[in-house]
Design a protein around this ligand. Sequence first.
Ligand SMILES: [Zn+2]
Length: 244
Amino acid sequence: MKLKERLKKDFRLWARSLSDLFLKRECVCCGRQLESFESGVCTFCLAELPSSYTWVSGESPADKTFWGRTSIEKVTSLFLYNGKYRNLVYSIKYGGNIRLGIRLGRMLGEVIAEEDIDYIVPVPLHPRKKRKRGYNQSEVIGRGMLLALKENNPAVKMETGLLERKNFTPTQTRKDRADRWTNVRNAFRVNMKRAVKLSENGRVPKILILDDVLTTGATLDACATLLHEAVSCRISIATLAYVP
Ligand SMILES: [Zn+2]
């Protein structure tokens, strides 16, 4: 290790030990005091992460969410969204815990490291919401995923300009499920300039749409449908958590 890198690492450890003295660092899941080598979530909670195992079986409940809808090759979620583990998503989404987002994103990336992904496309936030929050949590998770995926495939990229969020407020009066799914579709659009670039030279890119949580699947279905309409591509989906 170069001297400069070693000094940088020493400084980081020193700074963290110092902050431990003054700030109580707690596990976002169980509240246990974190050791200096732990970040965001403790080793115990991480070891018991309720795996959704969606990547083991080709017919997982997560995959079934999209049956009869858009063509999706594979749906992968890292863990089940229940109990104290909901705090992981909450902390990344609303608590500004960027480091935790990158770390869990990397774990999600390791699970699908064998998949031949060309582009990671995070579900966009409305620009106003992004400005207010300061970041898009799906992009943060994507940064972690890239770290894992690039080990097998250095060419993989994150494409944040392909999908855009429109200024749209869904009506609350329509309760019908089909209506709700159509409403969500109206919230997004595809940037055609970018879409054309993706399929240059007649190639069919493999796109991974990325979101924090898979609930009804309406948002992800809307994004996938619009992308399929705009460009010839293959699509997979990944989320940190899956609501069982
Ligand atoms: Zn814990």
